[in-house]
Write a protein that binds this ligand. Structure first.
Ligand code: HEC
Length: 207
């Protein structure tokens, strides 16, 4: 009888240990966390309950957090996100840097208190240094000062920057950077204006 109890105990413990010790299969706390958020999140204005929905990439980042998803999982998501990026039909990447600067400085959009009929901003300064004039900027992202000056304007360089601004999760799978194109935060014209801010030789970014 005692042997049987021991065996039963072992059978119950072994799978638990196996799950906890295997970093490729972390314990999924998402369901618990989602229930807590559903119970406490109050939908308001344009910020509805759909805000709690995580797409495949975000779900993988939540599942493995605080670590990054395993390389094989990440590679698939990166590739899928890059494949979704829409490039401009006219193959023109640069709009107006002055409008781009206004978009970069605008932190409005997508919040419950924002008017959804107004265009969103990019809030780039919250995370990036962009020019010399701006003294208060965030440092979550790298400095983008002299971005175009350092890289030139070749088509591959422009396409890469376009792709990253559209969806940084095609390059860093759990990037903190908003997915400006992929999630419809900025329009194609706004993205072109932001690109001009980074690449136009007259833009303060390249002075
Ligand atoms: C919440 C923070 C955040 C905001 C807001 C943000 N970014 Fe980023 N950005 C990042 C981070 C972090 C990285 C570094 C890549 C990574 O590991 O995620 C990055 C990287 C980049 C890069 C790639 C730099 C390189 O290596 O070539 C570009 C270009 C860029 N951001 C442009 C922008 C622009 C333009 C805006 C505004 C429209 C913006 N970012 C807004 C966080 C942010």
């Amino acid at each position: 009888m005692r042997t049987l109890i021991h065996l039963l105990l072992l059978a119950a413990i072994v799978p638990l240990v196996a799950v906890a010790a295997d970093p490729a299969h972390p314990v999924d706390r998402n369901a618990e966390a989602a229930a807590v958020m559903r119970a406490s999140f109050t939908p308001k204005g344009q910020a509805g309950m759909d805000r709690l929905h995580q797409d495949k990439t975000q779900a993988a980042c939540s599942l493995y957090a605080p670590d990054a998803p395993p390389a094989a999982v990440a590679a698939k998501l990166l590739e899928a996100n890059r494949a979704m990026v829409k490039f401009p039909a006219d193959d023109k990447y640069l709009g107006d840097w002055k409008r781009g600067q206004a978009i970069a400085e605008n932190g409005k959009g997508k919040q419950s208190s924002d008017d959804p009929s107004e265009p969103s901003g990019g809030n780039c300064y919250a995370c990036h240094q962009l020019d010399k004039q701006q003294v208060a900027y965030g440092t979550i992202g790298p400095s983008l000062y002299h971005y175009g000056k350092q890289r030139g304007h070749s088509q591959p360089v422009l396409k890469l920057a376009w792709s990253m601004i559209n969806d940084m999760k095609g390059y860093t799978v759990c990037s903190a950077m908003p997915r400006f194109g992929a999630k419809g935060i900025l329009t194609e014209q706004q993205l072109k204006d932001i690109m001009a801010l980074l690449f136009d030789p007259d833009s303060p970014v390249n002075q």
